[in-house]
Design a protein around this ligand. Structure first.
Ligand SMILES: [Zn+2]
Length: 208
């Protein structure tokens, strides 16, 4: 079982997309296809990978806007989104699988585990792979996602961050935006340097 993983920065607000798949069967999924679908498709093609799956960390427009084009231009069999936000993708209902904490997503011979991490939005998830985690707008390098949307919940965000802190220190972090000092990091590094992960009580977090 060997993971294939590519990081790609797209769009005007520094979104990261990820191609994640199986090096053996050459199947892969796209995380958060919104912009520059062309570039996603050509990267997969260049690597000899076939895109079969679309996964979403949450349903803000800058994470889902490319799904229409992606389903037209690639043979997408399955679309994964958290059950709290499946409504945003109702147009693609036949392909959508609603996920929740602990769900497993098979792609070729690999599988990704879903961590429900609400806070930024109620249906935010992270995708846990082989020693890496794709964190969407929950955790950036040195920062976290905004909690001031009407649907946001700072208390949930605090709990979600505690959940991420429980992952092994060497777990590689792949964020949803290029907003930090580096394009990737590790849980251990974030625990030492990210001010939002260094707060030890919910009370102080909410104050911040
Ligand atoms: Zn967002």
């Amino acid at each position: 079982m060997t993971f294939y993983l590519k990081q790609l920065e797209v769009g005007m607000i520094q979104n990261f997309n990820y191609l994640i798949g199986c090096s053996e069967t050459k199947e892969c999924g796209v995380v958060d296809a919104a912009f520059e679908v062309d570039r996603i498709l050509s990267m997969a093609k260049k690597d000899g990978m076939k895109i079969t799956t679309a996964l979403f960390t949450h349903t803000h427009y800058d994470h889902i806007d490319g799904i229409g084009e992606l389903t037209k231009r690639a043979n997408i069999g399955k679309i994964y989104v958290h059950k709290n936000e499946a409504k945003a993708l109702s147009e693609f209902k036949e392909k959508v699988t609603e996920i929740d904490d602990g769900s497993l997503i098979p792609i070729g011979n690999i599988s990704l585990k879903v961590l429900h991490t609400p806070g930024h939005l109620p249906g935010c998830v992270c995708y846990l792979g082989d020693n890496f985690v794709v964190t969407g707008d929950t955790l950036f390098t040195g920062a976290i996602g905004r909690c001031d949307f009407p649907e946001s919940n700072p208390k949930d965000m605090y709990r979600s961050l505690q959940k991420l802190k429980e992952l092994p220190d060497d777990t590689r972090v792949y964020p949803g935006h290029d907003y930090g000092a580096s394009i990737t990091s590790t849980i251990g590094e974030e625990k030492k340097t990210n001010p939002y992960l260094m707060i030890s009580s919910e009370e102080n977090f909410l104050r911040m």
